[in-house]
Each structure stands twice: as structure tokens, then as C-alpha cells.
Design a protein around this ligand. Structure first.
Ligand SMILES: Cc1ncc(COP(=O)(O)O)c(C=O)c1O
Length: 461
């Protein structure tokens, strides 16, 4: 039974009644079997995925992880029973949910946050885009970054212009952005690193004044707001990651949020092989003139499904991933609230160590939806010793991504321009780490983490 309508899709959200005898009935129907399978999946989840007790010092305190209940498993299995496989009704539903959440022009599901970044850049490079980017153009971006925020620029012949970042803030130093603009600068591409929003008043004003594209990498910041407005809605486009470390997960997955109507159609085309046709999977002739187009040098009437107006990719997800996304989306407000509560706890507990650490700085208009809790150790504290102490106590830590990305082996020799000194960036590379705030971190776990940090500063320095 393949579902085709919204009402059929919504049926999947309701829990099914137990039916122990159904499996033995010779006349059992497919919907009855499906209900029974989904009931068993819920039961399986209860048994196989039951929470384990936290044993301080033995149980790992992860920096991040998947948080889910039986609904993710049921919708995932249901998508397999439907066997649609490629992005279909669940993907449409999830895109619609996210479009509504962001109040955006479009939300395009892709297979990773990295692909979302690539898609945004490739879209702006299309000749279809008025005033778009061309190889050799400069893009202002911070030196503390995630590698695949930067990679699509380099791969597409754009020249990154690196600006410094400061410990505590971690985002691009907005005070330096305007001075970094040169005659070839055409765009600003900024991650909201660790979930702390960049100063979007300043960036939108600079972009408007100098006629620059503003792109946001919102992969760390789903739910963060600036002046009450969601981060990811300020630039022409923004990206999201659904990798398990992020605010909600599809396993692998990402999304481009499109805020500017002029790039919407091209963005979809570049995601979907570069084709001109915008039919959903399994649908034909949405335009009503499938065999009546004349584009490029092709003969009139060439099948619109096979007309390619852009250099594209196939960046789509599977229907199973989208089904899991539908279940995760409903939990998003609770996920964001839990991340904020955990971060607030660490602010409160760690302020006692202000002589040894730099706590995050939250701009007045920002309300972060934290990816993690970043800590910069002052220069008298050895980061390796601090990390070794925490990891020994089974507390996971990570560094702020690539650190100074220009020191990374794969990026040392990329074409670039560097604006000013990258001293704050180097401090972040050398002295910053982060601990988790993800919703799976319980009150018991976070107290244990804070106690261990207290112990380090009491006994190890
Ligand atoms: C800021 C930022 N951008 C992009 C990505 C890439 O996302 P993905 O892992 O889904 O490719 C990440 C991943 O952690 C990230 O933190």
C-alpha cells in the first residue's frame, strides 16, 4: 500500500492497537500486517533501546548523540514497508514542516550539511542567477570554520578572504568584515559557530551596503535566534546539518533554507541533476507542457524531464531518512529547550572558574540554540592536560572543528587572501575545546561533568 495523500501520511503518526492473533490469520490484509509490524517495532524499541543507568566514571558522557523514541523507528520502518525508497511523501512533508518553521521561500532536503553548503555555492554560480558569483570572486569567511563550509568555495574557484575570530565569540569578527572587502569581494559566508549567532545586524547592513550575497551556515545553530528571528533566515540561503551531533538527526542529512525567491528554482535544479523540470518523484508534467519546451540548442518538444539548465548534482536523501526527520521535527522545540537548559547550567557552574577559562559571550540580541558548550582555557592551563583529565573521567570533548583552517594539511596551500592577523583564531586552535549539551545529557551527567571540572581546577593546577 503506497500512500499518496496527506491524510494517509498523517495516519502514520498515530500509534497502532495491539493485535496478537493477526500474524496467524490466513486472511490478514497488508494494512493489518503493517499495523502489527509497527506495534512490534514500538515494543522492540522499548526493550532494545531502553535507557541504561548512568554510572559516574564508567558510563561515557558523550558530547552529542541521537535522541529518539519509538516514533523514529516506526516511521523509518514504515517507509521501508512503503518501499518508496527515493525522496517521496515523507520528504515532501519534512520539507513543508521546515519551510513553515523558517517561514522561508523553500526548504530543500539534501544528504548532508556539507552538501547544503555546496548546493548554496553552486546555485550562486549558475548563470541563471542575476548578479551571481563567478570563478575568481572573493568570499569573506572566518578562519575558524568547518572544512566543508570552505571547501565548496575553493572547489568552485572562489577565493576565500579570511577574517579572524575571537575566543568566547568564535564567530567571524564582524568589526573586521567591512575592512576585509576588496574590489573582487562578492559574498559573505558565515557559520554561526557552536550555535552562537553572528552579529546579523552588522552583517546584513554590510552586505546591503556593498551589494554582497550573504550566506549563513546554520548547521550548528538550528533554533538560534537574533533579535527574536531565527538564524538562517537572514541570508539569501542558509544550511542545516542533520548529522547525529546536530540538533535533530536523520543519520546523514542536511537542508538548504531559501529566503530569496530569485534563487529558489535554480537551487532545486542544482540539487536535482541540474534539470529544468521541477516535477516531484513519480510525477510527470507539472508544468503542463512536458513536450512543448524549446531550450538551448535542443529540438522543440524535447522531453522536459531530460532538459538540463544547470551544472547540477544529485544531493537528495532516501525516503527512510526523511521519515525519521518527520518524527524528529516534532521533538525540535524540546531539543532546543534541553540544549539551552544544559548550557545555562554550565554557565552557572563554570563561572566560578573565570580566572582559568573564558566562558562563551552571548551578544545582547542573540539567543543561542547551543550545539555544544565551548570553553577556552587561559594561557596558564594546558589544554592537553584538561582534555586528558576529562576523557579519563569518560567525559567526551571535541575541538572547535578545524581550528585555524589554514593550518590544516588539506588547506595550507589553497588560494586565499587573509585580512589582518589571525591571532584570536590561533588561540581558539590552541586553547579551546567543547563539551556536550545535547538533549540526551541528563541532570545527573551534567552535574558529574561540572564536578569533574571543579576537581581539575582544585587539584591539577
Ligand atoms: C558549521 C558546520 N557546517 C557544516 C557541517 C557539515 O555537516 P555534515 O556533517 O552534515 O556534512 C558541520 C558539521 O558538523 C558544521 O558544524
Amino acid at each position: 500500500m503506497a500512500f499518496t495523500s496527506q491524510s494517509q501520511l498523517s495516519l502514520l503518526y498515530s500509534k497502532t492497537a495491539p493485535n496478537a492473533t493477526i500474524m496467524n490469520s490466513p486472511d490478514v490484509s497488508a494494512p493489518e500486517l503493517r499495523d502489527e509490524i509497527l506495534r512490534l517495532v514500538a515494543q522492540y524499541h522499548k526493550v532494545a533501546h531502553a535507557p541504561k543507568p548512568f554510572i559516574p566514571g564508567q558510563t561515557k558522557v558523550p558530547y552529542a548523540g541521537r535522541v529518539y523514541d519509538d516514533e523514529e523507528l516506526r516511521l523509518g520502518v514504515d517507509s521501508i514497508l512503503q518501499f518508496w525508497l527515493t525522496a517521496g511523501p515523507f520528504a515532501n512533508q519534512f520539507e513543508k514542516d521546515m519551510r513553515t518553521y523558517f517561514d522561508s521561500k523553500a526548504a530543500y532536503l539534501v544528504n548532508s550539511g556539507s552538501s547544503a553548503n555546496l548546493l548554496m555555492i553552486a546555485t550562486l554560480l549558475s548563470p541563471q542567477i542575476e548578479n551571481g558569483l563567478r570563478s575568481g570572486d572573493e568570499v569573506i569567511t572566518p578562519a575558524v570554520t568547518f572544512p566543508t563550509t570552505l571547501t565548496p568555495l575553493v572547489q568552485n574557484g572562489l577565493i576565500p578572504v579570511f577574517v579572524d575570530c575571537q575566543p568566547g565569540v568564535y564567530d567571524i569578527d564582524v568589526a573586521q568584515v567591512e575592512a576585509a572587502i576588496g574590489p573582487k569581494t562578492r559574498a559573505i559566508f558565515v557559520p554561526h559557530t557552536v550555535g552562537i549567532p553572528c552579529d546579523l545586524d552588522a552583517l546584513t547592513a554590510i552586505a546591503a551596503k556593498h551589494n554582497l550575497w550573504l550566506l549563513e551556515d546554520g548547521c550548528d545553530a538550528l533554533g538560534s535566534t537574533w533579535d527574536g528571528k531565527l538564524v538562517g533566515t537572514f541570508g539569501a540561503m542558509s544550511s542545516i546539518s542533520f548529522y547525529p551531533a546536530h540538533h535533530m538527526t536523520l543519520g546523514e542529512g542536511g537542508m538548504v533554507i531559501v529566503n530569496q525567491a530569485g534563487v529558489r528554482k535554480t537551487c532545486l535544479s542544482v540539487r536535482d541533476w541540474g534539470r529544468d523540470c521541477w516535477c516531484e518523484t513519480g510525477v510527470s508534467d507539472t508544468c503542463g507542457k512536458r513536450f512543448d519546451w524549446q531550450l538551448g540548442g535542443l529540438p522543440h518538444g524535447y522531453d522536459h524531464k531530460y532538459i538540463y539548465s544547470n551544472l547540477g548534482y544529485n544531493l537528495k536523501v532516501s525516503e527512510m531518512q526523511a521519515a525519521i526527520g518527520c518524527a524528529q521535527f516534532k521533538k525540535l522545540p524540546a531539543f532546543i529547550a534541553a540544549r539551552r537548559a544544559n548550557a545555562a547550567f554550565y554557565f552557572e557552574r563554570l563561572k566560578a572558574h573565570a580566572e582559568h577559562i573564558v566562558l562563551p559571550t552571548i551578544p545582547a540580541k542573540a539567543n543561542p540554540s547551543w550545539f555544544c558548550f565551548p570553553i577556552t582555557l587561559k594561557s596558564h592551563i594546558k589544554r592537553r592536560a584538561f582534555i586528558a583529565f576529562l576523557e579519563e573521567a569518560r567525559i567526551e570533548t571535541r575541538l572547535v572543528f578545524a581550528g585555524n583552517v589554514l593550518k590544516q594539511p588539506g588547506f595550507e596551500n589553497i588560494p586565499r587572501r587573509v585580512h589582518g592577523e589571525l591571532t584570536g583564531t590561533d588561540t581558539i586552535m590552541n586553547q579551546t575545546l567543547f563539551i556536550g549539551v545535547y538533549p540526551g545529557q541528563t541532570a545527573e551527567m551534567r552535574s558529574y561533568v561540572a564536578d569533574k571540572i571543579d576537581e581539575f581546577f582544585k587539584t591539577k593546577i
